[in-house]
Design a binder for this molecule. Structure first.
Ligand code: FES
Ligand code: MG
Length: 576
């Protein structure tokens, strides 16, 4: 092992005098011999582990595999915990904390004697949060996501985490399933370690990280329970040591071309709408020019190739056995839809990484010639007087007959206000109405929660209605489905046009034309705007206050204004 005295970590471990003694001595209480301070790369392993984040609860074991690889390659691995954001338990929403995770991880990486970092994530927000942190520090970094759960199985059928929660809820409400059956089914849904195995936000972001070039080829799809997950983690440990020598940093990997690759990959996998918000935030950290319209423009030429829930039939385990993301990327490359020369954490190009990828199941991963859905049928970006800052709709999870729709607005100021009456048999609602649920934006909720795909009114469910248009300034879970217009901006709490809609107004959704319109004359809108008063005061102290003061709107990725950009990894001033 060559000794490099100029390594960042040597500002600590190579120091003489009292400070050097302090830096080394306390580390030795963990049983490390003096040779670990000889100038070898010190590799941090940022682990978003917690028993409160079940999707990440096995990441300690993944970290052990990473450590093997780091030692093997001559590095010195040191694992440290970062905020674990568990979708299922955290209230009011993990999205409130993504920026806090990013801020925490950024500061920990910079403040410590690290030369490179391995990012261990899994559940939805942990992947973008750690990528944002790594982008803002710009030390060599590689990501290892924890892998999806095995397919859920109930009564001989595949059950998708998240996706089937909505199905079971609807079945329960419509009387097709008993409460007892539901208890059994929920246990069958999550039968191994790992994150959601639908193409929800976690699987989407794992694929996005791979398409960005930030994790090893094939890494996104290995199930958490598959031994090759650990093998991949070990290889990532080996690789990060070499990356430190090559000084291969996130800024060299995640450029505009990498984002274009990620956006097209997201369209091809039928990925989550949340990827849009996370990629916009990540681009802001790197100074990469990216806006909402880029998503629509880049996705339009890309067909959906992957037949996974919630848009399709299969699950991540099937995707893995079919060949995983490398097959999708190879397919995109063949169609001229991938920047193949783009550098990745492997040290070679993404085109070279996937050049020999083979597909083992064409039901699961289709070809460009015979796709699951035609080009332009993925997530669309809408504009119009109801969403001047933009809005999105995931067409592949929506109903074709509602893509062009005019309906009467039925307006609720909060999801709670809707839920209070949703089961009322006398609710004045019809399947052609448009449910408007406001108060769910970044500032308003606060945290922009995944509450937008509210269940339909029980009265309509019993009548067999399966979908209706819903409009919201919040988000939808990546595992969700329905004709739901999301991320309406500016949000209602800021007095955006969504705040001005009244029950009875006509709303026109035209997805082929990419428009969302409130059918009212400008004078009437202006009159209502003049009368509008902001909703009741938000948080006045604590983190939630900081959040509401600094969070940006959806089209800027809901990052904090003061966290955009890269702050680098200069060695901070002495602590002793
Ligand atoms: Fe953690 Fe879905 S709840 S990934
Ligand atoms: Mg989710």
């Amino acid at each position: 092992m060559s000794v490099d005295r100029k390594r960042r970590s040597q500002s600590w471990f190579g120091a003489t005098g009292r400070s050097g003694m302090v830096y080394r001595s306390w580390m030795r209480n963990q049983g490390f011999g003096p040779d670990v301070f000889d100038g070898r790369p010190v590799i941090g392993i940022a682990t978003a582990w917690s028993e409160l984040a079940p999707c990440n609860s096995h990441l300690h074991r993944v970290a052990e595999a990473v450590k093997r690889g780091v030692w093997q390659a001559g590095g010195f691995p040191l694992e440290f915990p970062v905020m674990a954001l568990g979708e299922t338990l955290m209230r009011p929403t993990t999205m409130l904390y993504r920026n806090l995770l990013a801020m925490e991880a950024e500061e920990l990486i910079r403040a410590n004697p690290l030369d490179g970092v391995v990012l261990l994530s899994g559940c939805d927000k942990t992947t973008p949060g750690l990528l944002m942190a790594a982008a803002s520090v710009d030390l060599p970094a590689i990501m290892v996501t924890g892998g999806p759960m095995l397919n859920g199985k109930y009564r001989g059928e595949d059950v998708g985490s998240g996706t089937h929660v909505w199905k079971f809820e609807a079945d329960l409400k419509a009387g097709r399933m008993t409460q007892e059956e539901c208890y059994v089914a929920e246990g069958c849904m999550a039968r191994s370690n790992g994150h959601c195995m639908t193409m929800g936000t976690a699987s989407t972001m794992a694929c996005v990280a791979e398409a960005l070039g930030m994790q090893l080829p094939g890494s996104a799809a290995w199930p958490a329970a598959d031994s090759r997950r650990m093998e991949t983690a070990q290889r990532a440990g080996q690789r990060i040591v070499a990356m430190v020598d090559e000084d291969l940093r996130p800024s060299a990997v995640m450029n505009r071309a990498a984002f274009e690759n990620a956006i097209r990959a997201n369209a091809a996998i039928g990925g989550s709408t949340n990827a849009i918000i996370h990629l916009l935030a990540l681009a802001g950290r790197l100074g990469v020019e990216l806006n909402l319209d880029d998503f629509d423009a880049l996705s339009r030429s890309v067909p959906t190739l992957v037949d996974l829930m919630p848009s399709g039939r299969f699950l991540m385990e099937d995707f893995c056995y079919a060949g995983g993301l490398p097959v999708v990327l190879r397919e995109l490359a063949a169609g001229g839809l991938l920047h193949t020369e783009q550098l990745t954490v492997t040290g070679t190009t993404i085109g070279a990484n996937v050049a020999t990828a083979e597909c083992w199941n064409r039901e699961v991963i289709r070809t460009l010639d015979a796709p699951l859905q035609p080009p332009g049928s993925g997530t669309a970006v809408l504009r119009g007087n109801l969403c001047p800052g933009g809005a999105v709709i995931k067409q592949s999870a929506a109903s074709p007959h509602l893509m062009k729709h005019r309906g009467r607005a039925l307006v609720f100021d909060s999801p709670e206000e809707y839920h209070a009456v949703a089961d009322d048999p006398d609710l004045d609602v019809d399947a052609s109405d448009v449910l408007v649920i406001r108060g769910s934006g970044p500032r308003g909720y606060p945290g922009m929660p995944e509450v937008s795909n509210v269940a339909l009114p029980a009265k309509l469910l019993r009548r067999g209605v399966e979908d209706m248009v819903r409009i919201c300034d919040g988000r939808m879970s990546g595992t969700g489905f329905g004709t739901v217009v999301l991320h309406v901006s500016p949000e209602s709490a800021l007095g955006g046009p969504l705040a001005l809609v009244r029950t009875g107004d006509a709303i026109v959704l035209d997805v082929p034309a990419r428009t969302l319109t409130l059918d009212l004359p400008d004078e009437e809108l202006n009159r209502r705007r003049a009368q509008w008063r902001p909703p009741q005061q938000g948080p006045t102290s604590g983190y939630a206050w900081l959040y509401t003061q600094h969070v940006l709107q959806a089209e800027a990725g809901a990052d904090f204004d003061f966290l955009r950009g890269c702050r680098g990894h200069a060695v901070p001033r002495e602590s002793h």
